[in-house]
Design a protein around this ligand. Structure first.
Ligand SMILES: O=C(CO)[C@H](O)[C@H](O)COP(=O)(O)O
Length: 233
């Protein structure tokens, strides 16, 4: 299987969890895109669901698929969210935000009774951190917030690069919420809970890409077949 086939296979397994009447969170990224497409096929075949997209990109795709959408204001509790990840470990701790949608992804995951991660095997790691950790910040006071983050990181990572994410036009990348993203190249995060606590305490940090205690299960597509972690049902 090539990478796209693996993503599709993981998405198809997660789509088997979808039942009539469910309230779904729809993730963001190239793997979640397969899930949204499969849900679209099921909706056109008669499935009744309402969905909350985790980004404007996913909203556009879901609308094009004819998937009925709702908001967390109308529907504050969801049954299941299916989303991709940039990294996941055996304890279902994640790094997310490579696609820039971490804030809405985390809000939607936290509003869901279950979150199932879909990924290809390259995302499954022993220790989080090789993927740079996205940290979403308010543009106001960027420099001060950046320096505060550097100070916090310096306790464990004295020289970790912290880079302002830029778009293809060279300008700072702006999230759906109007924020910027700083990517922290940490290589290895041995205590993600401690780092998460430190980051949320910094004024100006809107959210970070450590998803801890949110995922209940995962479907990982490998050359040897699908591997399931945690609880899917
Ligand atoms: O967190 C995300 C977007 O903010 C994505 O879920 C993550 O980047 C994985 O994307 P892909 O499936 O394209 O590898």
């Amino acid at each position: 299987m090539n990478a796209e086939e693996m993503k599709r296979a993981a998405a198809a397994r997660a789509a088997e969890l979808v039942r009539d009447g469910m309230r779904l969170g729809l993730g963001t990224g190239s793997t979640a895109r397969h899930f949204v497409a499969i849900v679209g096929e099921k909706v056109r075949a008669g499935l009744k669901v309402v969905c909350v997209p985790t980004s404007e990109a996913t909203r556009l795709q879901a609308e094009a698929e004819g998937i009925p959408l709702t908001t967390l204001d109308e529907t504050p509790a969801l049954d299941l969210t299916v989303d991709g990840a940039d990294e996941l470990d055996d304890s279902l701790r994640l790094i997310k935000g490579g696609g820039g949608a971490l804030l809405r992804e985390k809000i939607v995951a936290a509003a869901s009774r279950r979150m199932v991660v879909i990924a290809d095997g390259s995302k499954h790691v022993d220790v989080l951190g090789r993927f740079p950790l996205p940290i979403e910040v308010n543009p106001f006071g960027l420099r001060a917030t950046q320096e505060a983050i550097v100070q916090v990181l310096a306790r464990r990572w004295p020289s970790a690069p912290l880079t302002l994410r830029r778009g293809t036009d060279g300008n700072p990348y702006v999230t759906d919420g109007g924020h910027f993203i700083l990517d922290a190249a940490l290589q290895r995060i041995d205590e993600p809970e401690a780092l998460a606590n430190d980051l949320v305490a910094i004024p100006g940090v809107v959210e970070h890409g450590l998803f801890l205690g949110l995922a209940s299960g995962a479907v990982i597509a490998t050359d040897g077949g699908l591997v399931e972690l945690g609880q899917l049902g």
